[in-house]
Design a protein around this ligand. Structure first.
Ligand SMILES: Nc1ncnc2c1ncn2[C@H]1C[C@H](O)[C@@H](COP(=O)(O)OP(=O)(O)O)O1
Ligand SMILES: [Mg+2]
Length: 215
């Protein structure tokens, strides 16, 4: 069963023309943690495709009901539907005065990125949180103690790592060739990593955002 695509008026988004950052990295690389810091400092909107899908299901809409069927059948949600959800969320956020977007955990594949950029707007930068596999596993296992996330167990973590290496690694190559990739060394403390992130955002937004730099 195909889910109908929605016609979404992107005019508000085009007029606002705010920067868009793709946030990529393995499971446990700290994407969510760093996005929260970025949101606090720069007032950007943080969108995660997984959260948007879960919210659509919760909303009780007809489309949400169709999504449940697809997910229960173990099939992949069509890329177009994910894109429609992202578009709707972006238009809503920009109407509220968003200064830009962090698209967390997306694109998972080169094709997803290309489709996003052709239908919506090219990404300004792609932030890649670069962490060794050892660290990814350790952080996911630690997160398991409190997250209640069913995918934070050693078997699933290994599978997610394999998927990441196969499908997502080409994404970083793709944006490296386009000179949009920012590789963040992300092994250190949360503060250390954030200090590697801010210069790249300051480059886009201007350094007047800096809190401590003028000292
Ligand atoms: N620099 C850091 N050092 C130690 N632990 C970190 C860290 N950054 C994040 N964590 C913790 C928080 C979580 O429990 C776990 C995974 O972080 P996350 O932000 O949820 O990653 P992601 O969203 O990329 O899957 O690791
Ligand atoms: Mg996350």
């Amino acid at each position: 069963m195909a889910i109908e695509r929605k016609q979404i008026d992107l005019t508000p988004l085009k007029n606002a023309n705010v920067p868009i950052f793709f946030i990529v990295g393995g499971p446990g690389s700290g994407k969510g943690t760093q996005c929260e810091r970025i949101v606090n400092k720069y007032g950007l909107s943080h969108l995660s495709s997984g959260d948007l899908l879960r919210a659509e299901v919760q909303s009780g809409s007809a489309r949400g009901a169709q999504l449940v069927k697809i997910m229960e059948a173990g099939e992949l949600v069509p890329l177009e539907v994910v894109l429609d959800l992202i578009k709707e969320a972006m238009v809503n956020e920009v109407k509220k005065g968003s200064k830009g977007f962090l698209i967390d955990g997306y694109p998972r594949e080169v094709k997803q990125g290309d489709q996003f950029e052709s239908e919506i707007q090219p990404a300004t930068l792609v932030l890649f949180f670069d962490v060794s596999e050892d660290t990814l596993v350790k952080r996911c296992l630690k997160r398991a103690e409190t997250s209640g996330r069913c995918d934070d167990n050693i078997e699933t973590i290994k599978k997610r790592l394999a998927t990441f290496n196969n499908a997502t690694a080409p994404v970083t190559d793709h944006y490296e060739k386009k000179h949009k990739l920012v590789r963040i060394a992300a092994e250190g403390t949360i503060d250390e990593i954030f200090s590697h992130v801010t210069p790249h955002l300051d480059r886009v937004f201007g350094s007047n955002q800096k809190v401590a730099a003028s000292a």
